[in-house]
Design a protein around this ligand. Structure first.
Ligand SMILES: [Fe+2]
Ligand SMILES: [Fe+2]
Length: 241
């Protein structure tokens, strides 16, 4: 495979983006670790607890593989992270269910589901070997992480607290979608992007493509998947627009 040549500006962009990913993957490991402890406290099914534990390790691998891409792009250092900003704040026991619903829906049902569509777009043009290796592994794992989120929601909706869970999801979804639109630059949905082959080879894509991945996820995943549980994701999506 030919080495990918980056301009100095492209190199800066690649290093900045993969530094962000090193950190984001690491933070995902901590969030999942906390969520899994809370599942232990709720005496969730063992298979969900074990799935949570294995996701923690996946996220650490993603962080390491992302760091390898950073090194391949001539970078190396990772910014220090404040301990207080890593992971989730432990709720009092009487708010545990709310915290579990919040994290499973926002991080997994929403976050990991759009991540599958996002990473499949990022992976398609990625030919730089380190970027390809990272995106191959990440995409493969995100499918499992997405499924973990929906299995977790299904379990929560099968417990004696299912009514409370459903109310919480309906209450929280509009704000969660609003945050997701901000994070995925949804306002740039139909703006013309200018893809660069060198950046694409390193697994970067123009901002409007993030918005397009989110739009695709709304119609192909969120609406039907929440709909299967009688939760109206379209109404929640429109509520804060
Ligand atoms: Fe990840
Ligand atoms: Fe993940």
């Amino acid at each position: 495979m030919n080495a990918v040549t980056l301009t100095p500006e492209e190199r800066r962009l690649v290093q900045r983006e993969w530094t962000r990913r090193v950190e984001a993957e690491y933070r995902s490991a901590a969030i999942t670790h906390h969520l899994t402890l809370w599942l232990l406290k709720l005496v969730a099914p063992f298979e969900l607890i074990r799935a949570g534990l294995s996701i923690v390790d996946d996220e650490l691998v993603h962080s390491e593989l992302s760091h390898a891409v950073l090194v391949a792009a001539g970078g190396g250092g990772v910014p220090p992270m404040e301990p207080a900003t890593i992971g989730l704040r432990h709720p009092p026991d009487d708010e545990l269910l709310r915290a579990v619903v919040q994290t499973s829906v926002e991080t997994f049902c929403l976050g990991e589901t759009v991540a599958v569509r996002l990473f499949s777009r990022l992976r398609a043009p990625a030919t730089e070997p380190a970027a390809r290796a990272a995106l191959d592994r990440i995409l493969k794992d995100e499918v499992r992480h997405r499924d973990f989120g929906w299995s977790l929601l299904e379990w929560l909706l099968s417990t004696p607290q299912s009514g409370v869970v459903r109310d919480l999801v309906q209450e929280m979804l509009p704000d969660m979608f609003a945050r997701l639109r901000t994070n995925y630059a949804y306002s740039e949905l139909h703006r013309e992007g200018s893809p660069s082959p060198a950046l694409g080879a390193f697994g970067l894509m123009p901002t409007p493509d993030y918005a397009a991945a989110l739009e695709e996820t709304l119609t192909r995943d969120y609406i039907p998947r929440f709909g299967a549980h009688d939760i109206d994701a379209r109404a929640a999506w429109e509520a804060r627009k």
